[in-house]
Design a protein around this ligand. Structure first.
Ligand SMILES: Nc1nc2c(ncn2[C@@H]2O[C@H](COP(=O)(O)OP(=O)(O)OP(=O)(O)O)[C@@H](O)[C@H]2O)c(=O)[nH]1
Ligand SMILES: [Mg+2]
Length: 657
C-alpha cells in the first residue's frame, strides 16, 4: 500500500462548517463529546482520515473555531502539512478566519485549499463577493495561490470535486519534515480496558518501529515500550513523520501523563530559555524590550518572558530575534515552531521559530551577539546547511576568506564544512586550494573580481592601443576585492593564474594583457611614430628637449595625449630610454657611449673626467649627468669623484667599436 505521510487539518471561524465538511468527506463525525453535541461547537480536536482510490490515505485533524479554543487549534495545527481553510460563503472572512490563517502561516504550513462552505445559502453574486474578499485576505500569504472551491454539505455540491482536489493537492505538497529522532506530541490518551494505555498524536519527526523504546518528556526519564502501532485504524509496524499515529504503550501509569508531553526516541535536554526568530501579526500589539506572553507549541503551553535582542521595539508585521524565558522547561529542538498569545490568553499575537534551544543567557545585547544570532537565524529559518552559513558570511564581505578563519569565526566544525564542500556540486561558492590553504569566495564576488581585472586591462589597451604590453600584477592590488582583504594578494595571484589557464589573459614582458589584444597602428600613427623617432634621434646632446618636442608636435597637430602614447610606444619598443623623467633616444646614447669609449682609449688612460666627456660630445651639463647615470647603470663606467673609469665590461665594448 502506498502512503503519503501527510496530515490535513481544518482551520476557520466558529460555525463555518469545518466539522460538517470532514463528515461529508470522510463520514466521520469529529464532534464526539456530549458538550460538543449540546453546544453545537467543536471543543476538542477531532480526528479522521481520507482514503483515495489510489490507495493513498491521509490523516485529518479537525480543530475548533471558537475563539476560546485557540490553544486547542494550535495543538491540532502543529504537525499538519496542508490546511483546509474553511470560510462560510454566507458570512465571509471573520476574526478567527484571520487568526487561524496567521497561525497557519507562523507554523510554516505552505499548502492549502480554501473551502467556501454553505454555498447552498448564497447566490452566485454572494459567492463571487466572498471569493474577492478571500483573494484580498490571502494576498502575500503562503496560501496566495491556493485554490478556492465552493461546497455545500447539505446538498453535497462540490464535495466530490473537493475530494479529487485534495488528492491532486497532496501530491504537490512540499514536505520538508525534519528527519532525525522520532517525536510525537500526545493529543489524546485512552486507558483501554483489557489493553492498557493508548496515545495518539501527529508524528513530528523521524520514524518509529514496533517494539522500540520511547521517552515520555519532559518529566519522565522512564523508558516506555511501544507494543502496538495503528495508523488510520489499521495495525502497522512503522509510522513516519507526517502520520497520525495511535500507540499502545506500556511501562507507565495514567497519572504520569500531563498535557503537553511528548514521546521521543531520545532524551532531549529541557530548554529553560530559547533563542528565536519571532514575528508579530496582531495589529493592536507592540512589544517593548521585555514582554510577558503565553507560549504555545503543539500541546505545550507556558507563560514566558520575551526579551528582544536586535531591536527595542517590535510592531505588527515585523520580525525580531528574541531570547524567550520559559516558565515551564521543555525539550525543544532547533526549528520548532511556536505561537505567542497575550498573557491574558485572549489574543494571538504572533509566533516564531526556535533558532537555538540551548542558548547562553544574553544579559547584554552586544553588536556581536546580534550579528551571531542574525546569522544563526538566517541559517535556521531560511536554510539548513553549513554552506548556507558560509554563503551568508561570504556575501557580507565580497572578498575571499580562509576556510580556517571562517570556521573559527562561525564556530562551525571544519571537517564537517570540508565534507559539505566536497558534496557540493552547484557552484555558488568557489573553493581555491593554495598550498595547504583553502580560500572560499562567493562565485558572484569572484566573477566581479575577474571582471575588475579584465576591464582594467581593456581600459588600458583602449588608452594604449599601440602598446603590446599591459598591466603588472601590482596595478590590480589596489582594486576592490584585492585591496584591504587579508588574503587579497594570494587571491589576486590565484585569480590571475586562473584567467591565464582559461586563456582570457596572457603574459607579455612581465605584464598581463587580454588574450585578444593586438597592437593597432594606422598609417598616420606610423608616420607620427617615425616623426618622433627621428626628432628624438636628431635632438643631439641637448636636454631637456620636451618643450621643443611639444611645440613641434603642436605644430604638426599631434594632440598632447597622442604624443604621450607615441612616447610610450617608442619606450616599449626600445627606441627611447627614460631617465630621471627625461626621454633619450637609444641611438643618441649609443653615439655618446662610442664617443666616451673612443675618447678614453685615445687618451690612453682608460678614463675621462666629466668635463672632457662633455667637450667630446658637446652636450649640455644636464645631459652629461643623465648619460653618466645611464652608463653607470650599464656598468660600463665607474665613478671616482668627477673621474669616469672604464670598467672591464666597458673595455670589452671598446674592441667591438
Ligand atoms: N446550509 C448549510 N449549513 C451548513 C453547511 N455546513 C455546515 N452547516 C451548518 O453550520 C453549523 C456549524 O457547522 P459545524 O460543522 O459544526 O461548524 P464548525 O466550523 O465545525 O464549528 P466549530 O468547530 O465550532 O468551529 C451546523 O449547524 C451545520 O449544520 C452547509 O454547507 N450548508
Ligand atoms: Mg467543528
Amino acid at each position: 500500500m502506498s502512503n503519503r505521510h501527510l496530515i490535513v487539518g481544518t482551520a476557520g471561524h466558529v460555525d463555518h462548517g469545518k466539522t460538517s465538511l470532514i463528515k461529508a468527506l470522510t463520514n466521520v463525525d469529529c464532534d464526539t463529546h456530549k458538550e460538543e453535541k449540546d453546544r453545537g461547537i467543536t471543543i476538542s480536536l477531532g480526528f479522521s482520515h481520507m482514503q483515495f482510490p489510489s490507495g493513498d490515505s491521509i490523516g485529518i485533524v479537525d480543530v475548533p473555531g471558537h475563539k476560546d479554543f485557540i490553544k486547542t487549534m494550535v495543538a491540532g495545527a502543529h504537525g499538519i502539512d496542508m490546511v483546509l481553510l474553511v470560510i462560510a460563503a454566507d458570512s465571509g472572512v471573520m476574526p478567527q478566519t484571520t487568526e487561524h490563517l496567521n497561525i497557519i502561516k507562523m507554523l510554516d504550513i505552505k499548502d492549502g485549499i480554501v473551502v467556501l462552505t454553505k454555498s447552498d445559502l448564497v447566490d452566485e453574486d454572494m459567492l463571487e463577493l466572498a471569493q474577492l474578499e478571500i483573494a484580498e485576505l490571502l494576498e502575500g500569504t503562503n496560501l496566495e495561490n491556493a485554490p478556492i472551491i465552493g461546497v455545500s454539505t447539505i446538498t453535497g455540491d462540490g464535495i466530490p470535486e473537493l475530494k479529487s482536489l485534495i488528492e491532486t493537492q497532496i501530491n504537490q505538497v512540499s514536505i520538508s519534515k525534519p528527519r532525525g529522532d522520532f517525536r510525537m506530541y500526545i493529543d489524546r490518551l485512552f486507558n483501554v480496558k483489557g489493553i492498557g494505555i493508548v496515545v495518539t498524536g501527529s508524528v513530528l519527526n523521524g520514524e518509529l518501529n514496533l517494539g522500540e523504546d520511547l521517552f515520555l518528556l519532559p518529566e519522565s526519564k522512564k523508558q516506555i515500550k511501544v507494543k502496538g502501532i495503528q495508523r488510520h485504524g489499521s495495525a502497522i509496524e512503522q509510522v513516519f513523520a507526517g502520520d497520525r499515529a495511535a500507540l499502545h504503550i506500556s511501562g507507565i501509569k495514567v497519572e504520569d501523563f500531563k498535557r503537553g508531553m511528548i514521546l521521543s526516541s531520545s532524551q532531549i535536554e529541557n530548554s529553560q530559555m530559547i533563542d528565536a526568530s519571532i514575528r508579530l501579526f496582531n495589529e493592536n500589539t507592540e512589544f517593548k524590550i521585555w514582554s510577558h506572553v503565553i507560549f504555545l507549541s503543539g500541546t505545550y503551553e507556558s507563560p514566558a518572558k520575551i526579551h528582544l535582542i536586535d531591536t527595542d521595539k517590535l510592531e505588527a508585521g515585523e520580525t525580531a530575534i528574541a531570547q524567550i524565558h520559559l516558565e515551564k522547561p521543555y525539550p525543544f529542538l532547533v526549528k520548532d515552531k511556536f505561537i505567542i498569545r497575550n498573557s491574558s490568553n485572549d489574543q494571538t499575537l504572533g509566533g516564531g521559530v526556535i533558532v537555538d534551544p540551548q542558548p547562553l543567557h544574553h544579559r547584554r545585547r552586544t553588536a556581536k551577539l546580534v550579528q551571531q544570532l542574525g546569522e544563526l537565524t538566517q541559517a535556521t529559518v531560511y536554510g539548513t546547511s553549513l554552506l548556507d552559513l558560509i554563503r551568508i558570511e561570504l556575501s557580507k564581505t565580497r572578498i575571499p576568506e580562509l576556510l580556517t578563519d571562517l570556521t573559527e569565526r562561525l564556530n562551525i566544525n571544519q571537517e564537517a564544512l570540508i565534507e559539505e564542500l566536497k558534496k557540493f556540486t552547484s557552484s555558488d561558492i568557489l573553493n581555491y586550494s593554495i598550498g595547504n590553504k583553502q580560500l572560499l569566495i562567493a562565485e558572484s564576488a569572484d566573477r566581479q573580481c575577474a571582471d575588475t581585472i579584465l576591464s582594467a586591462l581593456n581600459d588600458f589597451h583602449e588608452k594604449n592601443p599601440m602598446l603590446k604590453s599591459g598591466l603588472d600584477t601590482n596595478s590590480f592590488a589596489g582594486k576592490p576585492g584585492f585591496s584591504g582583504a587579508k588574503n587579497g594578494k594570494i587571491y589576486l595571484q590565484t585569480l590571475l593564474n586562473r584567467l591565464l589557464d582559461e586563456n582570457k589573459i596572457k603574459k607579455v614582458d612581465d605584464t598581463w594583457i587580454l588574450s585578444g589584444h593586438k597592437v593597432k597602428i594606422n598609417a598616420k600613427t606610423r608616420e607620427q611614430i617615425d616623426w618622433l623617432d627621428k626628432k628624438m634621434m636628431h635632438q643631439g646632446m641637448q636636454n631637456p628637449v620636451m618643450k621643443t618636442i611639444e611645440d613641434s608636435a603642436q605644430h604638426n597637430k599631434i594632440p598632447r595625449e597622442k604624443l604621450r602614447i607615441l612616447f610610450q610606444y617608442l619606450i616599449a619598443n626600445n627606441r627611447l630610454v627614460i631617465c630621471e623623467g627625461e626621454y633619450i633616444h637609444v641611438e643618441v646614447i649609443a653615439k655618446a657611449r662610442k664617443t666616451l669609449l673612443k675618447g678614453a682609449l685615445e687618451k690612453g688612460s682608460l678614463g675621462l673626467n666629466e668635463k672632457e666627456f662633455r667637450d667630446l660630445i658637446d652636450g649640455s651639463k644636464k645631459f652629461v649627468q643623465l648619460l653618466v647615470k645611464i652608463f653607470l647603470e650599464e656598468q660600463i663606467i665607474s665613478k671616482r669623484s668627477y673621474y669616469l673609469d672604464i670598467t672591464e665590461k666597458g673595455k670589452k665594448l671598446i674592441g667591438k667599436g
